[in-house]
Ligand binder design. Structure first.
Ligand SMILES: [Cu+2]
Length: 765
């Protein structure tokens, strides 16, 4: 039985820890230098043939912002750099206004560039009218790019076909403390100072620990859709099932109806009854496995499901298959519907990734993410405007480059053994390199003076090398014009002012320039220089990709200049939100505080650090679900609110909230004790759905006690339109999210506010 295997594996790990050794977590030496990609130094010339290995400082520690910097010495021209390629694409069927596809979660042995073969999970997807592609491809890649248009239906049959016997300890629920091995993943790390094994989870407590990594779902990051049911529902948990019933006919019945089911009982009876039965069987198998090992059974998933169904809500636990089904709201159409929508989807660069609490970080490091491109529907819309200006026709073709930045690794830092007594922690095999669409430092070829639309998506775990730095936009000879942030086009004023890329923006530059935290996206029109040559695009010191500008006649455009001198107007629902009135909420006196334990002055893992274990990341003094099933932030539908977000730690946390984007009104970056660099434009606020809250400045006295914390502050303005339901806000450094830095959020109808805020809370671990 599968669950038995997990329990045994967990026991074996613990047994090995007590013997001060492990099977799967042995202490490993540094990466073999010969394994690193080699480059030919320009200075010595190709003929000299002297290979210069890229030097990577392997001092990455997940919670250490400074030492995590990746330093690479990469002279050009590059040798052995693969050609850049957009990820494969699944797009809406033109005549049907629908994207109907299969998205399968699989596992296998894949080659990570520079690392070797590893057992990973991957997304593979295809249009449902076609047969499955060859799934034995051993190259890692993001999931397919999904390309839709405003107004389209999205119909994704999500099949979790992971063979969970290939991965350690994967259960999704807990049992009474001390009575069984269900709960957090188990592993060991050796303290280099004492030689003692510090077992994971250590001080982490379920559900705020790494766990449940064979269970998944899909979050559609940046979409304005329902957080409930078959929409952008991240509270649903689809457990793995290698061999599945064929759900094609059942799911097609749902999609073909054209009506999005609003209740569980709206789904075909076949799916309801089979799922209830499958989860019951899963409970029984887990209980039997526990009994065989003299352990208490885990909590019943079937019981949790039944409680939700009885309350008229959606069950959280499903086995193997889930039909994601929602519409991309087109404001130009839905504003005339009955009832009318109040906002639409912003056309732009969005993305998707697995979002099961406890395994989001590991999943993102398995590459379980991909681009979601939503195109405009009208002649003056974002994509139509750009393509018309450059004469690119009805589709971008090779003029568009999609960058899914990812990091690949098979295990979390906290679950990994250090390299040896006294040595730096083991950064993992692929943990220090950022790949582009699954490739290491690929090369884009451009004509002299050519213009392309670049869509950048930071799908890394978000720490250290995963922060895409502003140096990327300082590549010599290239010209950049940012057109969108987080999938929302710039207003004409911001298009002209370029708040991230220039110092001429109102009230000065956005602190840090264009830096992409995990979850951020940016669109830029990029023009190559007319001088041929190879240019490295670097994030800090690390080269992410190259552009090879070839020899030739500079490209000319029908409309001449780069970039367009005028810019298309904003859709009306994306105009500036009004300032909150007396009846709106401004949480000036109750900020959303991103913090760690009182007394902590820095990150740290080992006993030499102040508190002896890695930080417990919290929001407003508690971890996710720490005080039970409580909605942390409840808002009335149509509410307009300004929130102050604060950061009381010494590393930036990217705040992300689902369903509705927000406008960034103010950024206050601490520069010294009680001193800030403030960015506060008077209007034309940039829309984002993810923003890094600047780190705090912490002062201490001679005894090391904290005497002052000057927190980083961001003010966001948001309104909660069109969709009620329960969802989340969280830190997009996903290891922080898994370990507690998340809140449960709910939007209720105005008439049920606040009475309905705490009704029937879904389980969410
Ligand atoms: Cu964080």
């Amino acid at each position: 039985m599968r669950k038995e295997a997990h329990v045994k594996k967990a026991n074996r790990t613990i047994f090995n820890q007590s013997n001060q050794k492990t099977n799967r977590l042995e202490v490993k030496g540094p990466l073999r230098s010969g394994a690193w990609r080699k480059f030919i130094g320009k200075a010595v010339g190709v003929a000299a043939g002297i290979a210069v290995a890229a030097i990577i400082v392997l001092s990455l520690l997940l919670w250490h912002p400074v030492r995590a910097e990746m330093h690479a010495s990469v002279p050009s021209p590059q040798l052995g750099s693969p050609a850049f390629a957009n990820p494969i694409e699944v797009h809406s069927r033109a005549g049907e206004k629908r994207l109907r596809m299969v998205m399968q979660l699989i596992n296998g042995t894949y080659t990570i560039p520079n690392v070797g073969s590893e057992t990973l999970r991957q997304f593979r997807g295809w249009d449902a009218s076609q047969s499955a592609p060859n799934l034995s491809n051993d190259q890692i890649s993001p999931g397919p790019t999904l390309r839709t248009r405003l107004g389209d239906m999205v119909e994704i049959s999500f099949l979790n076909r992971i063979d969970d016997t290939k991965f350690p300890y994967t259960f999704v629920t807990d049992s009474p403390p001390g009575q069984s091995d269900f709960g957090c993943d188990k592993a060991g790390t050796r303290d280099p100072h004492t030689g003692i094994i510090l077992p994971y989870p250590g001080n982490d407590k379920f559900p705020n620990c790494f766990h449940g990594s064979s269970t998944a779902n899909i979050h559609f990051h940046g979409t304005h859709t329902s957080p409930d049911g078959l929409g952008d529902n991240v509270l649903v948990q689809v457990l793995p099932q290698l061999n599945q019933p064929d759900w094609t006919a059942t799911f097609n019945q749902i999609y073909d109806s054209g009506k999005i089911p609003q209740k569980w009982t709206d789904l075909p009876l076949d799916y309801q009854t089979k799922q209830i039965e499958l989860i019951k069987q899963h409970d029984e198998a887990a209980a039997a496995a526990a009994k065989k090992n003299n352990l208490a059974p885990p909590e019943s998933l079937a019981k949790a499901n039944q409680q939700m169904i009885d309350a008229g809500l959606w069950p959280q636990y499903l086995l193997g298959a889930f039909p994601n089904f929602f519409q991309i709201p087109d404001y130009d159409t839905c504003k005339n519907a009955n009832p009318p929508c109040k906002a639409g989807q912003a056309p732009g660069t969005h993305w998707y990734h697995a979002h099961k609490h406890g395994s989001t970080a590991l999943h993102i490091r398995n590459g379980l993410s991909g681009a979601l491109i939503i195109e405009s529907s009208q002649e003056d819309g974002y994509d139509h405007f750009i393509r018309k200006f450059y004469g690119w026709g009805d589709s971008y073709g090779a003029h568009e480059k999609i960058f899914v930045f990812q990091e690949y690794d098979t295990i979390q830092n906290l679950e990994r053994s250090p390299r040896g007594a006294g040595g730096p922690p083991n950064p993992g095999k692929g943990g220090a390199q950022v790949l582009v669409n699954g490739k290491l430092t690929p090369t884009i070829t451009m004509q002299p003076g050519e213009v392309q639309l670049w869509r950048l998506i930071n799908a890394t775990e978000g720490n250290g090398p995963g922060i895409i730095k502003n140096t990327l936009f300082q590549a010599p000879g290239f010209t950049f014009k940012q057109t969108a942030m987080d999938g929302v086009q710039f207003s004409p004023a911001n298009y002209a002012n370029q708040p991230f890329l220039t110092t001429n923006a109102p009230n000065g530059i956005v602190p840090g320039g264009l830096v992409l935290a995990a979850g951020n996206r940016a669109d830029l029109l990029v023009q190559a220089p007319t001088t041929p040559g190879i240019v490295a695009f670097k994030s800090g010191g690390a080269t992410l990709f190259f552009v090879n500008v070839v020899t030739g006649t500079p490209v000319s455009f029908p409309n001449g200049a780069f970039p367009p001198a005028t810019w298309t107007t904003m859709p009306t629902f994306l105009k500036d939100l009004s300032s909150p009135g007396p009846n709106d909420v401004i949480n000036q006196n109750s900020p959303v505080k991103f913090q760690w334990e009182d007394g902590r002055v820095g990150v740290g893992l080992l006993p030499k650090t102040p508190l002896g274990f890695p930080p417990h990341f919290m929001i407003n003094g508690k971890q996710f679900n720490q005080t039970g099933d409580i909605v942390d932030q409840c808002m009335p539908l149509d509410g307009l609110q300004d929130w102050v977000l604060e950061n009381w730690t010494t590393l930036a946390h990217p705040f992300h909230i689902h369903i509705n984007p927000f406008q960034v009104v103010r950024i206050a970056t601490p520069t010294a004790r009680d001193t800030y660099n403030v960015y506060a434009p008077p209007n034309n606020f940039v829309w984002q759905d993810t923003i890094a809250i600047p780190p705090a400045k912490i002062s201490t006295n001679a005894a090391g006690q904290i005497t002052n914390v000057t927190p980083g502050r961001v003010t966001i303005r948001q309104t909660y339109l069109d969709f009620t339901g329960t969802y989340v806000l969280h830190c997009h450094i996903l290891a922080h999210e898994d370990r507690g830095m998340m809140q449960l959020v709910r939007v209720v109808p105005a008439g049920k506010y606040p009475a309905g805020c705490q009704d029937h809370i879904p389980e969410h671990h």
